[in-house]
Design a protein around this ligand. Structure first.
Ligand code: 4AD
Length: 466
């Protein structure tokens, strides 16, 4: 059935070919207006951000009255001639000769022409993809995902699938969603009174993954360059605009690569995604730049044409302490940088993306490579204006003895990491990687300020509708 309908995208992109021809299109009515014997319908067929104008004329359509009264969001099948409309808002339109109604919408359809708040649209996640804003966001999201695969595949990286269910806590932050099939009213206990996970489905504690990194490391030490790209889960009870409980992460891992290589890769990847989306979604990007964030194009152009800055954590702390700026949270060496500090660095000092490297070991994960000073690790965070951190990565500790010492120092269970330690025993290699938050880069590219508005069906605390 679908084959008989031409897409609106095809009509717009190759207009010359279709002018004067009769075509069939299928879509939903976005707006409809008209007079007694003449009417205009803006049709969206989902293939393209822009609508196709359909001209209804009483003398050409048997069911003119029925069609011109159809409520917004009704779906119709249209046959008609493509006509050039030079000088008009749209370059072409279709003069309908036959229209079949597929599904008449109820007139209570909530997305009427007036602008709705993003908060309201979140409550109708089943309909919001039909609005201009969300149509643009989700298409950009799809294109960005493709760009990511394209980038890595062109560089011969292997796409490694890391498990969603895992027994390990990669970040050691205890922010995992537990998985169990145990009867919660009758939980088996050990003699010591602890929960007896040996009786559970997997015979051990199991969680939703917070990161695919540890598995990516396994694969990198066989394939050299790999990447994962999939959903990750964090039970952080935070209600910020930048945190979701379920988000997608891109995690490349490179063997025989150090932190410098890692940063170069992150910079290349981000520039590639932005360029790809700018080229392949020009209408959507234009919409964001006009209606969501007027400074967007300037910022994105600045990013693709500039070299990302690099400073160490220690330099960042000094810079903040000497800035003369009053921060809500004081800046002390050894403390994590707060959002206000990150924003000050990227927005006020550099006005560009900045890699902050070599953080104190005590605020970073166990697997990061220890520096010679014994106090800092080869970590990097990439901070960008407007969004803050979008990448977190590091060179990994490849020395078995140092790694084991860190695991013990942090009170982690050595047995849980037996295979991770063995990677260091059987031909260890310098290796590095990072995690790019997929939603964070989408926010950055679209100017959308809430993570709930770049995920079709967001999962955040107290919210799992749809
Ligand atoms: O800095 P994070 O926690 O790093 C890791 O998980 C490493 N294992 C990655 C690696 O080296 N392979 O997270 C990486 C990125 C952050 O910079 C952020 O962009 C995103 O993931 N992120 C979140 N995005 C949305 N909601 C959340 N709750 C997020 N937590 C992290």
């Amino acid at each position: 059935m679908q084959q008989q309908f031409i897409t609106v995208k095809e009509l717009y992109r190759n207009q010359e070919e279709y002018i004067g021809k009769t075509v069939k299109v299928a879509g939903w009515i976005r707006t409809s207006r008209g007079s007694k014997n003449f009417g205009f319908v803006e049709l969206n067929d989902g293939s393209f951000f822009k609508n196709m104008q359909i001209i209804l004329a009483d003398d050409k359509l048997d069911n003119f009255k029925e069609i011109s009264k159809l409520p917004i969001s009704s779906s119709i099948l249209v046959e008609g001639e493509v006509v050039s409309t030079e000088g008009a808002k749209q370059p072409i339109e279709i003069h309908a000769t036959n229209i079949v109604v597929e599904g008449e919408s109820d007139s209570s359809y909530p997305l009427q022409k007036k602008r709705h708040t993003l908060e309201y649209l979140r409550t109708i996640a089943h309909l919001r993809p039909r609005s201009n804003t969300f149509s643009a966001v989700f298409r950009v999201r799809s294109l960005a995902a493709y760009a990511i695969h394209k980038f890595f595949q062109e560089r011969n990286f292997v796409y490694a699938h890391s498990p969603i269910i895992t027994g390990s806590d990669c970040e050691g932050a205890g922010e995992m969603f537990r998985l169990t099939t145990m009867d919660l009213n009758n939980i088996p206990k050990t003699e010591e009174g602890n929960i007896d996970y040996s009786k559970d489905f997997f015979g051990k504690e199991a969680n939703l993954t917070v990161s695919g990194q540890l598995n990516a490391e396994i694969m990198a030490l066989a394939f050299r360059n790999v990447y994962t790209f999939g959903p990750t889960f964090r039970a952080e009870n935070s209600f910020t605009q930048r945190h979701a409980s379920e988000f997608w992460m891109i995690e490349p891992e490179i063997a025989f690569g150090d932190l410098e290589d890692d940063m170069e890769l992150a910079e290349d990847l981000i520039k590639y995604i932005i360029n790809y989306v700018m080229e392949n979604a020009p209408e959507e990007m234009e919409f964001f730049n006009s209606f969501i964030d007027k400074g967007l194009f300037d910022r994105l152009n600045n990013v693709v044409n500039s070299e990302f800055k690099r400073i160490t954590y220690t330099e960042a702390v000094e810079l903040l302490q000497n800035s003369g700026h009053e921060f809500e949270y004081p800046v002390n060496w050894g403390d994590d940088l707060q959002t206000e500090h990150e924003r000050y660095i990227t927005e006020q000092v550099f006005n560009a993306p900045v890699f902050v490297t070599d953080y104190p070991k005590d605020i970073k994960a166990f697997y990061m490579r220890m520096n010679e000073d014994g106090k800092t690790v080869r970590a990097m965070d990439l901070l960008v204006p407007g969004v803050g951190e979008i990448v977190g990565g590091s060179q990994r500790e490849e020395r078995e003895d140092v790694l084991l010492e860190r695991i013990k120092e942090l009170g982690l269970n050595e047995e849980d990491y037996w295979w991770y330690l063995e990677l260091r025993k059987f031909g260890t290699a310098t290796h590095s990687g990072f995690g790019l938050g997929f939603e964070r880069i989408i926010m950055y590219m679209t100017g959308m300020s809430n993570i709930r508005d770049v995920i079709p069906f967001p999962r955040t605390p107290r919210n799992a509708e749809f």
